[in-house]
Design a protein around this ligand. Structure first.
Ligand code: AMP
Length: 282
């Protein structure tokens, strides 16, 4: 596996691949890799000749007071895992390479960035849109692979690609979970054993609401209340939001017609965790 830290070095390798007619599947990450990330890599291998992964803890997507400085970083271990999975290139730039000067261009999608996580993380999705646009222009992959765990992010990137005509095919991989249902996340590393146990309430709450939707509950408010009620049963966990929204617009769905996205964020100790389930109702 080739590790590159500069845009120039990456572009040189990209030129070689174009000459040989080989395609690239790109997996952007913030590192501290787990099986969720590696599932994206596996999917990438099915879709292109080479898988390229970036590890970049993007400062612009962290709101003031969030965990940017203490976000887990272990490039050596990450590099080993990626090499084992057949990744051809790791792009691990420093902040100055991606943000050499204060930027003046901003990206936003207010109807989609305003709710759910966007309502609680000021500037987060604007930072995500900016870094993903930069990374797509740097890497110019044929395919880019993202995870359904970050549903709002995946939806925004879909719109970024469609609205700005990025020549990249998007692939979304289902959420990879621990045996007890907890969605894998780099931030699970913040949990002590008791908090780790308590954190399972997030998926249990969403699964309980999903079961209600599947057995006839059509009120979005009732489903949100169902999520909140299960989370309230776990005193170590605080609910940040529970949402039953239209999967395309992310707007509240008073009456569910066909599909509903159930999404929630909780705080456990110093970790903020998110999860979601997409439910098709009859
Ligand atoms: P991150 O490093 O947290 O920014 O995530 C990088 C990519 O991995 C994003 O596309 C995430 O949606 C995806 N991802 C993170 N956790 C999971 C998971 N448990 N299952 C599937 N994809 C995931």
């Amino acid at each position: 596996m080739l590790t590159v830290r500069t845009i120039a070095a990456l572009r040189a390798r990209r030129q070689e691949l174009w000459r040989s007619g080989h395609t690239v599947a790109f997996v952007p990450t913030m590192g501290a890799l787990h099986e969720g990330h590696l599932a994206l890599v596996e999917r990438g291998r099915e879709l292109a000749d080479e898988v390229w992964v970036s590890i970049f803890v993007n400062p612009t997507q962290f709101a003031a007071g969030e965990d940017f400085t203490r976000y887990p970083r272990d490039e050596e271990r990450d590099g080993r895992l990626l090499a084992e999975r057949g990744v051809a290139l790791l792009f691990a730039p420093d902040v100055k390479e991606i943000y050499p000067r204060p930027g003046v261009i901003t990206l936003d999608a207010p109807p989609l960035t305003g709710g759910l996580c966007g309502a609680h993380r000021g500037g987060h999705f604007q930072g995500v849109l900016l870094v993903v646009a930069k990374l797509f222009n740097i890497v110019q992959p044929e395919v880019a692979v993202f995870g359904a765990k970050d549903y709002q992010q995946a939806l925004l990137i879909r719109r970024l690609v469609d609205d700005l005509c990025f020549p990249v095919r998007l692939e979304i991989v289902p959420t990879v979970r621990e045996a007890d249902g907890l969605a894998m996340s780099s931030r699970n590393a913040y949990l002590d054993p008791q908090q780790r146990l308590a954190a399972t309430v997030l998926h249990r709450a969403l699964a309980a609401a999903a079961a209600q939707a599947q057995t006839g509950e059509r009120s979005g408010a009732a489903l949100e209340a169902a999520i909140a009620a299960v989370v309230a049963g776990e005193p170590a966990v605080t609910l940040q939001y529970a949402a039953a929204v239209d999967p395309e617009t992310l707007q509240p769905q008073p009456n569910i017609a066909r599909r509903v996205l159930l999404a929630a964020a909780v705080v456990v100790g110093s970790a903020r965790l998110i999860d979601n389930i997409l439910v098709e109702v009859q």
